[in-house]
Design a binder for this molecule. Sequence first.
Ligand SMILES: [Mn+2]
Length: 307
Amino acid sequence: MCKMAAIDGGQLARLTGRCLDAFKGLPRLIELDLPVGDSLVVVGDSHGDVDCVKAIAHQFLGTDGGNGTASLLKNVKLLFLGDYVDRDDRDLENLAYILSIATSHPSSVFLLRGNHEEAYSNRVYGFIDNLERLGLQGWYPTFEQIFTLLPLACYVRNQGVLCCHGMIPAMPGVVKLRDIAKLPVASRFEQWDPVTTQLLWNDPDVEEGYSSSENCRGAGLSIGQNDLEAFMVANQLRLIIRSHQAFPAGYRFFFQKRVLSVFSKPNYGMGQNAASIARLHGDGRVDILSKASNDQNFTIVDTFKLG
Ligand SMILES: [Mn+2]
């Protein structure tokens, strides 16, 4: 017996077809400028929380909260940092919603790949099981193709800000943004370039020490201050915005506010965390906005100016 899917095969065929067309030419590194008056809303892990994602689209993009897209706000862009699926029964619905707003608004909504946009994670953490329960497992290879096309990082050139799911890479010899732009496209984790693996799996060192070390996740590194500084200086960066870890407040700063971590699924797992997002303004201001699961809107909890 299949549970009723909120989305059927016909809808999936149209949506995934649109995605494959729209995403096939995407770069590995998104590069954009943010003029004064514009803002970029950066959304962390959502893992199936389609209600929270719709609230974000409604509040910041002006969509009507359903699948419609009435009154789209000008001068606001939305960047999702990955981890749309797994760890929640509504992950297909969340993914479908995010893909639909991205394909409807290609100049306003941008998607990065997270470590959960990959087959190994999807087998272990629920997305493939959920597709099977809905009788839609035949669509998995198509989703895998779509995941493979997603960019790995976003560089806001005129602000010196880099956004990625995991954290900056640390290799012998500093990685330059132009190296990220040239990374090969690969589907499965086993085929990924080491820089890709690190961008999607690394964390900042929770102790904020000087050196990087093996990550306890079994993939990637915990990045220390030395590698962070070398990367930021070589690439003339002022801030890294990343996700991949839940904190009680929904966000956390690392390394004297040079790294900002945001997580956008409230009450993740057994946790009681708020959902947080970052909003980067064209004048160099950065807002952090949070929302508890019952709140309707995100409200500003912290603001700072890029140094
Ligand atoms: Mn992650």
